[in-house]
Design a protein around this ligand. Structure first.
Ligand code: SF4
Length: 533
């Protein structure tokens, strides 16, 4: 069949994540009637960059099957994602090739590790806006293969088009992502964001953001929207110009959206910014706390988390009405043997129910990986990893402390913070500390119906299917209703999160027990080192 060069059928395919990872949230999705957490913002932005005459369909392998019919329809398959999706991306390339379909791969993992995707026909590396037209030209000219690499950090995001929200089946998802800025001004040693998007945050214009929200609203979506920025407050000046307009937009539309995002801990120092987020109806943020140990934070170049009481900082964020989810890392070189107790104390003092505790991972293309390579300590990633989630893999290097001690500390933290009594007590503390505002939101009967169905599923699950959690759940809900009923939604969400996190922690602990037993049985099974640079 001759190639369709003018108006090809393009099948965008989002590869599967490992279903057993921290962010898979399967039981949470089940309660809210969703199939997976979020749609692929990168692919729907790419769809908007393709020529208007190209026919585009989207398949998300996390929420639907890729059928032979869909593949048969396509002239071209475009895919890509993050490191935890690498295995499925490679499987997808093979599958497409068995149907004689050419494959274009892009996205963060292909940009960091292009050599892993040699089997693809085309590679589009870096930010697509800067380079996709080169690919389109090559395809239209009949090219069969090619590598198109964007110069780093040159994309003016104010020219990025509105993502093709019309391609999404909203009922498949817990939330939808949008993006205000790319990049982060900080310099954490283990971070790949700054290698991919740079340290000078680039922000979209206010009008552009409001047009995106208009499009999402017009497409019929209501509810949870996540700003997927690497660090929303990376460019505070631009953000402070945007937030009042966002708040006004929300008010004019009667608060159709609740926002979450990711931000650095210095947010807690800026009360004006916190109040702006509150007014715009931000309900939660993810913060990388990483370690309670100031020496470790300095060594890993995360100085923004030092010289502060982490507990006070987190409580200032609660007082603005935003819950905090935080990342913690075990396995730093400077870590002491007391790390487990210190991290547990920190999680309890901050009252953060959802603590993403993982093992330090040397991701491709980071300062950490370059240092460990120089020191001859880097291990081949696949030899110790199961797919790139720092909870289920990590420590892909020779540790300075005995590896067994690091694993035992990681195990102790998980066992303590995900013990149900401790977890639900933190949810109760959060429920009392949060100060959610009252925004006069519109009643959307479709949303009300969805929430009532979710509530019925939650009550059935907590009362009948999980009698072991019944008393914890009710004690927490009643505490919230008695003290801060406005926080009911946050408290309910955090309680439901335990359905995933409690089970996930058990799986991790079993895997750690096995790894520790293997180390005990054969104390020095050194994995082959990569050659020192
Ligand atoms: S604050 Fe977050 S995004 Fe910024 S460099 Fe550190 S880890 Fe990366």
């Amino acid at each position: 069949m001759p190639k369709n060069l003018v108006a090809p059928n393009v099948l965008l395919v989002f590869p599967r994540f490992n279903p057993n990872s921290f962010w898979s949230l399967a039981p949470v999705c089940e309660m809210w009637g969703a199939r997976c957490p979020a749609p692929p913002l990168g692919l729907i932005t790419l769809a908007a960059l393709l020529p208007s005459g190209w026919n585009v369909r989207l398949i998300n392998r996390n929420s639907e099957e890729l059928t032979p019919d869909e593949l048969g329809w396509a002239d071209l398959v475009m895919t890509g994602g993050m490191l935890p999706q690498q295995d499925d991306t490679l499987a997808l390339i093979e599958l497409a090739h068995t149907h004689a379909k050419p494959v274009v791969v892009g996205g963060p993992d292909a940009t960091s590790s292009p050599e892993a995707y040699r089997s693809a026909d085309f590679l589009v590396l870096g930010e697509a806006e800067a380079v996709i037209q080169d690919f389109v030209k090559a395809w239209s000219g009949g090219a069969d293969r090619g590598v198109f690499e964007a110069p780093k950090f040159t994309v003016d995001v104010t020219t990025t088009p509105i993502p093709r929200f019309d391609l999404l089946k909203f009922d498949h998802y817990l939330y939808v992502g949008i993006q205000f800025s790319r990049g982060c001004p900080f310099n954490c040693e283990f971070c790949d964001i700054i290698e991919l998007y740079g340290r000078v945050p680039r922000a979209k214009s206010n009008a552009q953001m409001l047009a995106e929200l208009d499009a999402l609203h017009a497409a019929g979506y209501r509810g949870h929207v996540d700003f997927v920025d690497d660090n929303l407050i990376g460019n505070k000046k631009a953000l402070k110009r945007f937030l009042p307009e966002l708040a006004a937009w929300q008010k004019a539309h009667r608060y159709p959206f609740e926002f979450t995002t990711e931000a650095s801990m210095n947010l807690a120092d800026d009360r004006e910014l916190l109040m702006m987020l509150r007014e715009a109806n931000f309900i939660g943020i993810f913060v990388g706390i990483e370690s309670p140990d100031p020496e470790t934070l300095i060594a890993t170049q995360k100085k923004q988390n030092t010289r502060r009481s982490l507990a006070d900082s987190v409580h200032r964020i609660y007082a603005a009405g935003l819950y905090v989810i935080a990342g913690f890392i075990v396995g730093f070189d400077t870590e002491q043997s007391a790390v487990a107790d210190a991290m547990i104390d920190c999680i309890e003092a901050t009252g953060i129910p959802v603590a993403m505790v993982g093992l330090l991972t040397a991701l491709p293309n980071t300062q950490l990986t370059r240092r460990l390579t120089r020191e001859g300590r880097l291990l081949p990633f696949k030899a110790v990893a199961g797919g790139g989630d720092q909870c289920t893999s990590g420590l892909n290097f020779v540790t300075l402390r005995p590896r067994r001690d690091v694993l035992i500390d990681f195990r102790a933290i998980l066992a303590s913070v995900y013990e149900p009594t401790a977890y639900f007590a933190r949810v109760r503390r959060l429920g009392r500390a949060l100060d959610r505002p009252r925004h006069a939101s519109a009643i959307d009967w479709k949303i009300v119906g969805k929430e009532l169905r979710a509530l019925a599923r939650i009550l059935w699950t907590m009362n009948v299917k999980r009698p072991d959690l019944r008393s914890h759940f009710w004690a927490t809900i009643m505490d919230c209703l008695r003290h801060q009923p406005r926080n009911f939604e946050a408290v309910l969400t955090m309680s439901v999160m335990y359905l995933h996190l409690g089970a996930f922690a058990k799986v991790l602990i079993a895997s750690l027990d096995q790894q520790i037993a293997e180390l005990d049985a054969a104390p020095a099974p050194e994995l082959p080192l990569l050659p020192a640079a």
